[in-house]
Structure formats: C-alpha cells, structure tokens
Design a protein around this ligand. Sequence first.
Ligand SMILES: C=CC1=C(C)c2cc3[nH]c(cc4nc(cc5[nH]c(cc1n2)c(C)c5CCC(=O)O)C(CCC(=O)O)=C4C)c(C)c3C=C
Ligand SMILES: [Fe+2]
Ligand SMILES: [Fe+2]
Length: 326
Amino acid sequence: MGNKVKTGVLLVNLGTPAAPTAKAVRTFLAQFLHDRRVVDLTRWLWCPILHGVILPFRSPKVAKLYQSVWWEEGSPLMVVSRRQQAALSAALQAAGIDMPVALGMSYGEPSIDSAWQELKAAGVDRVIILPLYPQYSVSTTASVFDSWARLMKQERRLPAFRFIRDYHDNHGYIRALAESVRASWQEHGQTDLLLLSYHGIPKRFENQGDPYGHQCHRTSELLAAELGLEPHQWRTTFQSRFGREEWLQPYTDETMAKLPAEGIKNISVICPAFSADCLETLEEISSENKAYFMESGGETYHYIPALNDNPEHIRMMMDLVCREIA
Ligand SMILES: C=CC1=C(C)c2cc3[nH]c(cc4nc(cc5[nH]c(cc1n2)c(C)c5CCC(=O)O)C(CCC(=O)O)=C4C)c(C)c3C=C
Ligand SMILES: [Fe+2]
Ligand SMILES: [Fe+2]
C-alpha cells in the first residue's frame, strides 16, 4: 500500500460579529470594510469616511438589528455554519470517507487561519476549499482566495488544494432550492409570484468583469425551469445596497413597494445567494422588506428559509467535495 494522502474540507463563509453589541459589530465591520476586495476606493479617501462616519454611526445602529435576530446559541450565521460543518462531517463519515471538515470565516472568528491549523494538525495534505457562496463574486469568493494565498505564503510545504469557485448552476443546488420552494407552497399555498432576492454588488464591479449578476440570473432561470414557472411567476432582484453608487438592479426594496400596485399581492421570497440564514435574510428580508410590501398594499408574504443544514444541501456539499477527489 502506498502512502495515502489525507484530504480535508475547508468550509468558508463571510463571518459575523461575536456579539450583538456596538463594540463587537464595530470590530467586525472594521475588518470587513478594510478588505480591498469589498471596498476598492483609495485609502486616502476611504479610511477617513470609514473611521470618521461609518464605524461610529453604523455600528450601534446595526447592533440593534443583530439583536433583533440573535439566537440563544449565537449569531444565526455562526450557528447555522457550525451545524453545516457537523452535518457534512457526519455525512462523510457515514459514507466511510475519512475527511475532516473545518470551518473558517473571512472576517472574525473562527478565522480561515484557525481552520487551516486544525486541518494541518489532523494530518491533512490536500485541501478542498468550499466557499459557501453559490455565485462567484470578487467581493466574496476572490476574498477567500486572497486569505488562503496569504496563509500559504507562510508555509514551506504547500498542501495540494482545490478551490471550488462557484456552484450557481449545480443541479443538486437547484434541486435543493426547488424542494424548499415546494415545501413552502405545500404549507402556505402557491403565491402569485416567487421573488428571488440576491445580495447585490456595485454595478461597477460587474462592468469590470465580475460574473456575479449573470450567475444570479442563471440560478433564477434554472430554478424557475425546475419548478415549471411561467415568466410572470418569478422575478430576480438585488438587496443590501451599501453606499451611494449604483448597485445591481432592480433593487429588492423598490420592487417590494411597487408590486401591489401591479396587482401582485401574494408573494414568496427566497434568497438563493445566502447558503445560511443571517442578518440579511432574517432582518432585511423577513422583516424590513416585508413591511415595505405590506405597507404598499401587499396581503401575504412568505420568506423561504436558506438551505442551511437541510439534508439536500448537505448532500450537495458532499457531491461537490467528492467530485474533487474522484
Ligand atoms: C460594502 C460592500 C459590500 C459588498 C460588496 C457586499 C457583498 C456581499 N455580501 C454578501 C453576504 C453577506 N453580507 C452580509 C452583511 C453585510 N454586507 C455588507 C456590505 C457588503 N457586502 C455589510 C456592511 C454587512 C454587515 C451588515 C451591515 O452593516 O449592513 C452578510 C450577513 C452577515 C451576518 O452577520 O449575518 C452576508 C452573509 C454577499 C453574498 C455579497 C456579494 C455577492
Ligand atoms: Fe483604515
Ligand atoms: Fe454583504
């Protein structure tokens, strides 16, 4: 028997504050918003705005929003990510595959560094990096790659590695989304419209070559086809604008306020770019945007949860990982 290379999985997501307090949110935002992949303005211009305005004023405001969605066990994004890690690890084990699974976050704890140290301590010499962003964006996926490359600069012996860039059109992903939609319709009845709301990015990023928007539209088309929807039964929008420049359009909040006047009063909303529920789904979509819709004359509004640790989602992760070692 030859020496068998030990493979490990590095699951990555964005990260979240350690506590729903202004101080912890400030620490998180400071790290996040200093990333040049996220905000690419020249530092002469950006640092005074960030330190003088955004961190002091946004942190206490956003901390209140985090308080409104915080769970007993912690920040939803962290709790769900830990569950995903445990479920993927158990699924691999049940299939007789010896592959440790570590969790690293781009910002805050556990860091990507700590996740790599865990894998290294387990004897891993080949890493499959799975950023849990179905659609590639420079602001998310490329930033994960930067962190990995920075880490590898400190290593003399590099592990072999595979980087899963995106899975926006993966059939297991589309099927898992379709299952969630069907489950919601079964519980509440089918609505006039399925709104697919994705986290936005600045339009400028797309002009500079970021394929994110195109991948979002592709995911929507595939999901609509899987569900057999007619064009008037679904729509794609973009949420979570930040700053003053134009972001990908149409905007979710503006669409919500307009739909009832078009005669669309019953909607289901799904957020396919979020692999785990978080502030942007539980507060912005389930609460803030629901209010825009209802105040404008909407009647029923159902948020369809993220794929989180659904067995279908975990199976999809397992397929993505196993494809890399086949
Ligand atoms: C500053 C610009 C931002 C870009 C570009 C951006 C892209 C982007 N983000 C996600 C996923 C998530 N974002 C989340 C929170 C969040 N995002 C921004 C800003 C940008 N995001 C901020 C400032 C925040 C923090 C909250 C706030 O201050 O409003 C989260 C939730 C984290 C949580 O703790 O729950 C996720 C997830 C994607 C997928 C994306 C581009 C494709
Ligand atoms: Fe700074
Ligand atoms: Fe974001």
